[in-house]
Design a protein around this ligand. Structure first.
Ligand SMILES: [Zn+2]
Length: 113
């Protein structure tokens, strides 16, 4: 049975989960995995206990040297500039008429893709 947790920020339902942390360091993307975090279902915020926070700090001590990485990922990079602008969908028309319709937060977008 899963232990119930409460989000320290919004008071919503939260659960313990192994997550990855992605950090941009200048032009480099750093990924830290195997992080046991408290993840909130409502605000989608993640929380680390002090030991985990300490370990993340230790990992970053030397500026995340590539030689110290467990492995290296190849990351495909896309740009919205590469999408043709002629698509006539509701969202595009609304934005072009000067009334932007804001996209959902990333977590929702991620579920749709
Ligand atoms: Zn929350």
């Amino acid at each position: 049975m899963e232990v119930e947790h409460t989000c320290p920020e919004c008071g919503g339902n939260a659960r313990m989960e192994d997550v990855k942390l992605c950090i941009w360091k200048a032009e480099r993307l750093i990924v830290i995995e195997d992080i046991n975090a408290l993840v909130c279902d409502d605000c989608v915020e993640q929380y680390y206990d002090s030991l985990t926070r300490y370990k993340i700090d230790r990992l970053g001590e030397n500026g995340f040297l590539k030689e110290e990485a467990r492995r290296v990922l190849e990351v495909p990079v896309f740009s919205v500039e590469d999408v043709e602008h002629s698509v006539k969908e509701d969202a595009v028309e609304e934005t072009e008429s000067g009334k932007p319709s804001w996209a959902p937060v990333w977590s929702e977008l991620e579920d749709e893709l």
